[in-house]
Design a protein around this ligand. Structure first.
Ligand SMILES: [Zn+2]
Length: 131
C-alpha cells in the first residue's frame, strides 16, 4: 500500500508518524530538562572551583554550548508540535508555505518537516537575516 500525502489523520501511516514524532518529542524534552538542570548547578561549581579568570572563561564557553544545544532542541520541539498539529488537521506532508507536497525522502529523513525544501531554504535565510 503506497502512502498518500497529505496523510489522512486516521490512516495507519499517520499513526506511525504520530508515534515517531511523539517519541522524538519526549526524548527532546528530557534532553532540554537535563541540560537545564546541569546549567542550574554550574554557577555553584564555578564559584567553588574557579581560581582564576581562565577557568571562568572556560565555564562560560561550556554554558554557551549548552545554550546552543537547548536552542536547537527547542526549535525542533516547536517544529514537532507544528508537524503534529498539521497531522491532526490532515495537512501532514504538505508545505505550510506553498501547499506543495513535501518530498517523501525529506519526510523520511525529517519527520517534523512542515515545509518543502525550497520554502525551508527561504525560511532559514529569513531567520539568518533577522539575526
Ligand atoms: Zn513550499
Amino acid at each position: 500500500m503506497s502512502t498518500v500525502y497529505p496523510l489522512d489523520p486516521a490512516s495507519p501511516a499517520a499513526g506511525q508518524v504520530r508515534t515517531l514524532l511523539q517519541a522524538r518529542e519526549r526524548k527532546l524534552r528530557a534532553e532540554v530538562e537535563a541540560t537545564r538542570t546541569r546549567g542550574a548547578s554550574d554557577p555553584l561549581r564555578v564559584a567553588r572551583e574557579s581560581t582564576d579568570r581562565g577557568e571562568e572563561a572556560e565555564a562560560e564557553v561550556e554554558n554557551g554550548i549548552n545554550d546552543a544545544e537547548v536552542a536547537r532542541d527547542v526549535a525542533e520541539l516547536r517544529a514537532i508540535g507544528e508537524a503534529l498539529a498539521r497531522l491532526e488537521a490532515g495537512h501532514y506532508g504538505q508545505c505550510r508555505d506553498c501547499d506543495e507536497l513535501i518530498d517523501e525522502r525529506r519526510l523520511a529523513a525529517e519527520a517534523f518537516a512542515v515545509r518543502c525544501t525550497a520554502c525551508q531554504g527561504r525560511f532559514e535565510q529569513a531567520l539568518r537575516q533577522r539575526g
